[in-house]
Design a protein around this ligand. Structure first.
Ligand code: GLN
Length: 195
């Protein structure tokens, strides 16, 4: 199974490490030509969504990736990646891929309070004594979900993880927590699609 990790900016190396540890083959997307290689899944890492979006457009990768996601390519998005996928941002006019029918608030906890740790339930993945360790860094949260978007996790009454068919997205950073269950769930989604 081959996973392409967007590597133009942000916390991509940490995702690569986890994915390799659980047996996936990984390569980095840095320029348009990298998209010629076949891959089964895409990771959109955390970082700065404004910068990532600008670079994706400048490098000529934006439209190609958007089309692939629309066509069903499994995508795993964390934090800035979630912002890129969101159909709507409540506090920003920018439009990213807009493939995920949710409304996201950027820097939702304010600059000062945006970084914290919580252990929380992730539906179907972590519950009871096996709560998921969630690292939030200048984090967004999801204000509204639409269509058949499934809420997977909430923290302090805010939605922080969702799935919509091929798209799995979260406001926190599972690649920094030493818990690989969400990455494994992503590989499972790919396996089901390829079966
Ligand atoms: N605040 C960042 C943004 O708006 C996201 C932060 C993150 O990815 N950790 O892009």
């Amino acid at each position: 199974m081959v996973i392409a990790v967007l590597a133009v900016q942000g916390a991509f190396i940490e995702h690569e490490k986890v994915l390799k540890e659980i047996g996936a083959e990984v390569f980095e997307l840095r320029k348009k030509e990298d998209l010629d290689r076949p891959f089964d899944g895409l990771v959109l890492p955390g970082g700065e969504s404004t910068v990532q979006q600008k670079l994706l457009k400048e490098l000529g990768m934006f439209d190609i990736l958007k089309k692939k996601i629309q066509d069903g390519l499994p995508v795993f998005a964390t934090c800035a990646g979630l912002i890129l996928l969101a159909e709507k941002l409540s506090n920003d006019d920018r439009k990213g891929f807009q493939t995920l029918p949710v409304t996201v608030k950027r820097n939702a906890y304010g600059r000062q309070l945006g970084s914290f740790h919580r252990d929380g339930i992730v539906r179907g993945i972590a519950q009871d004594e096996t709560l998921f360790p969630m690292e939030f860094i200048q984090a967004p949260y999801i204000e509204e979900v639409r269509g058949d978007t499934e809420v997977l996790a909430k923290v302090d009454d805010h939605i922080v993880a969702v799935r919509n068919k091929n798209q799995l997205a979260m406001a926190f950073h599972p690649e920094l927590s030493g818990d690989d269950r969400l990455h494994r769930a992503f590989l499972q989604i790919i396996q089901e699609r390829n079966a």
